[in-house]
Design a protein. Structure first.
Length: 291
């Protein structure tokens, strides 16, 4: 039995689809089962609730031997410091998985070994240490910046020909497509041969600056799109103005600052046969802008 968390999220949904195609028995943890497509609900066992709740995950892990784990974003609610949020969300389930011999595949950040504060990324890396300390067999999918983050900027790209972030314009920003994350996660969940504990860095073969991303987006769309770098202080202030708690805004700013300072370069990685940024723009971004 495979348990999948966040089955209605971008990554969890794709993991679920791939695992269901295998014919394996699947159980999902979901707050609102009505958000699952009807054809999915008919093929899975549903445990209703939040996977932050220990009783809910205890129920879901009964008779299970594999678990896909992803801590969802805290959103704009004040969940306190990110480190506490990630650890509190994960602690009980990781220990329970270890006690029951359940193997975990979980999503985390690339950058193991980075020494400075990195906000949300530090929180994810701290979560990895907690998971490892339980002795549970696991694979940590170590990821950089999601290409899909750019889908939040379809309006300014369409209307103004610009996308903006606080990342340094001329420094490479490693990326990954969520479809590659899902494919790797599903493959690990379906592979019964591995054991022990290991990290699995997953990175696009590109090493593009935001300026270079803008050039590729322009070429894909056939019109000029430019990148606008936002000062980090303005980025943090804008988040608070849009309803983020000061703690979340600071964690986000610390994350971007760490990206600008090379956190993703801290961890060794092999070249990946993953989706390139140009291909992603053609397959995902362009259709999204035209929809």
């Amino acid at each position: 039995m495979i348990v999948i968390t966040t089955p209605t999220g971008d990554i969890g949904r794709q993991v679920l689809d791939r695992v269901l195609d295998s014919g394996e028995s699947v159980r999902v943890i979901v707050r609102d089962p009505s958000r699952l497509p009807e054809h999915v609900r008919a093929r899975v066992e549903v445990v209703e609730g939040s996977h932050a709740d220990g009783d809910t995950t205890a129920k879901a892990l009964e008779g299970a031997d594999r678990l896909f784990w992803l801590v969802p974003p805290a959103g704009f609610r004040d969940a306190g410091p990110a480190g506490s949020y990630y650890r509190d969300f994960t602690r009980a389930t990781a220990q329970r998985a270890a006690d029951r011999g359940v193997r975990m595949v979980h999503v985390t950040s690339l950058g193991h070994g980075y020494q400075d504060e990195a906000g949300l990324l530090s929180a994810a890396l701290d979560m990895d240490e907690l998971i490892a300390s339980t002795g549970v067999r696991h694979r940590a999918l170590a990821l950089p910046f999601f290409m899909e983050n750019l889908l939040n900027q379809t309006q300014p790209i369409t209307e103004q020909g610009v996308f903006s972030m606080a990342n340094t314009a001329d420094r490479p920003l490693l990326t990954v497509a969520t479809r590659d994350v899902a494919a790797t996660a599903a493959a690990l969940l379906l592979d019964t041969a591995w054991s022990g504990q290991a990290r699995v860095p997953l990175v696009s073969p590109d090493s593009l600056t935001p300026d270079a991303m803008a050039e590729i987006i322009s070429e894909t769309l056939g019109r000029t799109v430019r990148y606008q770098q936002v000062p980090l202080a303005d980025f943090r202030a804008r988040m608070v103005q849009h309803g983020a708690s000061p703690a979340l805004a600071q964690d986000m700013a610390d994350m971007v600052n760490a990206q600008n300072n090379g956190i993703y370069d801290a961890e060794p990685r092999d070249p990946a046969s993953a989706t390139g940024f140009r291909q992603w723009c053609q397959d995902i971004l362009k259709p999204a802008l035209h929809s």
